[in-house]
Design a binder for this molecule. Structure first.
Ligand code: HEM
Length: 232
């Protein structure tokens, strides 16, 4: 059987591995390239810290891009065949990919979270300072809030919990994005407001990620205020 005839027999409303692999490669590739340029080439991070420290930065950025994209598809991104079923599959792919990358980022970050890597998040006694406390708390809540829509994408869940609760759980992604923003502000604000210290004038990854996380939140706020005006 040829590859082409196999494709024809498969249901139309699924994303096939070559498609998802291409999207993953694009988003992760861009994130990793930026991390390498910003922190290894322009910055002074030694290459021995590439496998965990730098890949973790790219993973965190890619996670944020996928999660934000899952709430932007259908709003900003025009889906070429306007098929709601295909759109749902794309949303699910982005959400689950974002969640899995966020999990990897969280595990990697827990192993890295020491004063040797992140002196600026620690007090002299080796405990977190207020910046570290807020950032890690917000990261954990963001991950938890992301787990809820991820779990409810399991096939039996819509029936098990009913349409209204299913929709509500999907909206937890917005809560996650709010906490991702808090996570990034706590981690990065001081660096964002000092552009003269940016290597090669390249903004830190945390600033790109914050801008990306803010887009679906701003669109959601705009649509909520439009709905409120229509009612009154
Ligand atoms: C248990 C949960 C989490 C922990 C412990 C955690 C920890 C960290 C740490 C330590 C950093 C600093 C990394 C660095 O500067 O190299 C960081 C940065 C970041 N985190 Fe998280 N995080 C968590 C959850 C999340 C989630 C759920 C997201 C988004 C979906 C996220 C997105 C980011 C982004 C985009 C950065 C910026 C990377 C950079 O500036 O290099 N984090 N996180």
């Amino acid at each position: 059987m040829t590859n082409e005839s196999t494709q024809h027999e498969l249901p139309r409303h699924r994303l096939w591995q070559p498609v998802t692999a291409k999207w993953f490669a694009t988003v992760f590739g861009i994130s990793l390239t930026y991390a390498i340029i910003r922190y290894h080439l322009a910055g002074d991070v030694p290459w021995i810290h590439f496998p965990l420290f730098i890949v973790n930065k790219a993973t965190a950025l890619a996670a944020t891009i996928f999660v934000a994209s899952s709430y932007l598809i259908g709003k900003l991104i025009r889906w070429h065949n306007h098929d709601p079923r295909t759109k749902l599959v794309v949303i699910k792919f982005c959400g689950l990919m974002g969640f899995s990358l966020a999990m990897i980022h969280a595990f990697a970050s827990f192993t890295l979270l020491t004063p040797a890597y992140f002196a600026k998040y620690f007090a002299a006694d080796g405990r977190f300072n207020v910046q570290g406390e807020i950032a890690v708390f917000a990261g954990i809540i963001a991950l938890w809030a992301l787990a809820l829509p991820a779990i409810t994408t399991l096939p039996m869940m819509a029936q098990a919990i009913g349409g209204i609760r299913w929709k509500r759980s999907q909206r937890m992604g917005y809560v996650s994005l709010i906490f991702v923003l808090l996570h990034l502000i706590a981690l990065g604000l001081l660096g964002w407001i000092a552009p003269s210290q940016w290597q090669w004038w390249l903004p830190p990854i945390s600033l790109w990620a914050a801008a990306i996380a803010a887009v679906p939140l701003i669109l959601k706020l705009a649509s909520l205020s439009r709905d409120r005006k229509d009612v009154s």
